[in-house]
Design a protein around this ligand. Structure first.
Ligand code: IMP
Ligand code: MG
Length: 173
């Protein structure tokens, strides 16, 4: 495993993202909607850097099943979603790869009629997008390599690492 983004670099970038979001939504109702499970670490850090009154909601989506690094069928669970009417909403996810996850969730959340709907991701993989959607807030653009840490997992391991690491072929074996 090789460190790709250090803990310090992540903290600095998340602080900047939080300040940017706070400036954009000053004086407006804001709900941050985290996508479980991968967003939890980013989500917890980001909301503490948005110096505004805000509400927090969660929705669950999963596509990977066990030891694979290509997505399977997407499952979305809306049981935890709060009332979004008359709220500005920012969807928060760990990583934007092909974009199918965020595009699918965006469509579903739109049906809950938020005022404005944006998205924030810690990572975006370069030249992988397959959908007509760009995340509004991006922490880092990374090459097309499988990464773990800071919420991201491989077979549900490594989420707790405070940095982002790239897995190599032997790790994936
Ligand atoms: P997308 O639908 O292709 O954009 O994939 C997004 C989802 O796939 C993310 O929410 C992650 O759960 C997962 N994912 C994509 N790339 C990686 C990676 O490099 N490491 C860990 N999870 C990943
Ligand atoms: Mg995941």
């Amino acid at each position: 495993m090789q460190t790709l983004i250090t803990e310090d670099a992540i903290q600095e970038r998340v602080t900047a993202l939080g300040a940017h979001i706070a400036r954009e939504f000053t004086g407006q109702p804001l709900t941050i909607l985290g996508i479980l499970t991968g967003s939890v670490v980013f989500l917890a850090d980001l909301i503490r850097k948005i110096e505004l009154p805000l509400q927090l909601g969660l929705i669950q989506a999963s596509s990977y099943r066990g030891k694979v690094t290509t997505p399977g069928e997407l499952e979305i669970n809306l049981q935890l979603i709060p009332d979004l009417t008359n709220r500005n909403v920012i969807l928060v996810d760990d990583i934007f790869d092909t974009g199918h996850t965020l595009a699918a969730i965006t469509q579903i959340v739109r049906q809950h009629q938020p005022l404005r709907l944006q998205s924030a991701v810690l990572l975006k993989k370069q030249d992988r997008c397959q959908v007509d959607l760009e995340p509004d807030h991006v922490g880092f653009t990374i090459p097309d390599t499988f990464v773990v840490g800071y919420g991201l997992d491989y077979d549900d391991d490594h989420r707790h690492l405070p940095y982002i690491a790239a897995l190599d072929a032997t790790d994936l074996a």
